[in-house]
Design a protein around this ligand. Structure first.
Ligand code: HEC
Length: 408
């Protein structure tokens, strides 16, 4: 009662006289701080107001010095999965980076991997897909997204491990194991990034969404150009300097790496992801016809005959920019492989991948970019170090950024 009326007392004199009351109101105020922090953490992670029991539990943990533990309580709220994580991943699944798209196999798989404490690097390489189990749900389909739209509109609880279930892509979509590469080989990603074009879009958007960089900052015009495909003119507008000063900056590195996607196509007529099928979309080598289109632009360019990739960006400026993992390199210092799965491993083991996951979580929870202030950047780096040392656990990343942004 005394602390309630304190707020309306304007006279300093009165405060001094009623010293004991002032002290009481101060201590009530101190408790409020932790309660406010608990509310804020809960709001940011779950997007819904906490129950009294939950807020009490979180407040007690914060008072005990365990802010991260308090954040983990908020992460237990189903809305963290159904809303926060869905909105976290939704923009990665379309070229417009629109957050207002229905749940799909890409977002559902991200939600499931985070919920189940998976090594998050597997998001780009594993034979994994999350599907819904529940009454009234249409079966997963290779040719439409109805299953996930029903899972979302039916209000199913994605935090529930018997509702959102981990399966292999081989079981669910019939893609052979070596052809699977985490979210890159989901139907949603295929529709967005293998449809039309030349499959370079899958590479570009995977970089943007999982390494937090577009191609422009990676432009390096002194890399080996021998993988640049024939569709890229070597003298655009009749001027070879344009190729040498600009085009090659992206295409030398990108075309070498995007060879990994040579056996994929999204068939818009059937609405399905196709992998080296015998039809008019693929040539006799099982390579998507789009890889060798516009061959007359530069007939001496690279002809794709398999799904090999080579990483020329292991050398030069991008060696440090992206921070590649130590793996076996050829005599010229390049790494290489075949197919999307090994490329996914190559990309997910960069330092850029680790910091990117933290930056994205930071933005989702702190409501600002993390590169503005030195203190924020340092915190992101520390959390990225810990992410690499705790098995790439995304829940811990969310709890840590939420603790950091708990407010005053
Ligand atoms: C900043 C990086 C970058 C630079 C510089 C660049 N490109 Fe590209 N290029 C891309 C990306 C990314 C794609 C794939 C676009 C997509 O499909 O979404 C692409 C696609 C292409 C394609 C295939 C288009 C299609 O879909 O059929 C051609 C041809 C091409 N580039 C030629 C050039 C030429 C010529 C230059 C220099 C004038 C150039 N590029 C400079 C990144 C770059």
């Amino acid at each position: 009662m005394c602390s309630k009326t304190t707020a309306s007392w304007h006279s300093v004199l009165v405060r001094v006289i009623f010293t004991s009351c002032v002290v009481l109101s101060f201590s009530a105020f101190a408790g409020d701080t932790e309660r406010q922090q608990a509310k804020r953490i809960h709001d940011r992670l779950a997007g819904v107001p906490p129950t009294n029991a939950v807020i009490d539990q979180m407040e007690a943990l914060i008072l005990a010095g365990n802010v991260q533990g308090a954040a983990m309580v908020a992460i237990g709220n189903p809305s963290f999965y159904n809303v926060t994580l869905k909105n976290f991943a939704a923009p990665w699944t379309n070229e417009a980076q629109d957050v207002f798209v229905p749940l799909n196999d890409y977002t559902a798989t991200v939600i499931g991997l985070i919920r189940d404490n998976a090594d998050f690097r597997t998001v780009l390489s594993d034979n994994v897909i999350y599907v819904g189990v529940g009454s009234g749900l249409p079966a997963y389909s290779n040719s439409n997204n109805n299953h996930y739209e029903a899972l979302e509109s039916g209000g199913f609880n994605l935090a529930n491990t018997s509702t959102l279930v981990r399966r292999t892509q081989t079981e669910v979509t019939s893609l052979p194991d070596p052809a699977t590469a985490g979210v890159m080989t989901t139907r949603a990603a295929a529709e967005a990034f293998f449809s039309g074009g030349t499959n370079r879009a899958m590479f570009r958007f995977t970089l943007m969404n999982h390494l937090c960089t577009d191609l422009e900052p990676l432009k390096d015009v002194v890399r080996v150009p021998d993988r640049v495909r024939r569709d890229v003119s070597r003298s655009p507008g009749g001027d070879s300097r344009v190729f040498l000063n600009s085009c090659v900056g992206c295409h030398a590195g990108m075309d070498g790496l995007a060879g990994a996607f040579a056996r994929y196509e999204f068939n818009e007529d059937t609405g399905t992801l196709q992998y080296q099928m015998v039809n008019d979309k693929f040539d006799v080598n099982g390579v998507a016809v789009k890889y060798n289109i516009n061959g007359t632009n530069f007939p001496h360019g690279y002809v794709t005959t398999d799904d090999s990739w080579i990483n020329y960006w292991r050398n030069g400026q991008n060696k440090l920019t992206l921070g590649w993992a130590n793996t076996t390199l050829d005599e010229n210092g390049h790494s290489s492989g075949n197919g999307a799965k090994s490329l996914g491993v190559e990309l997910a083991n960069t330092r850029a991948f680790s910091t990117c996951q933290v930056k994205k979580a930071f933005k989702a929870v702190c409501f600002r970019d993390s590169d503005g202030y030195t203190t924020d950047r340092n915190r992101v780096n520390t959390i990225a170090d810990e992410f690499e040392n705790d098995g790439y656990n995304m829940k811990n990343v969310f709890a840590k950024v939420a603790a950091y942004c708990k407010g005053p």
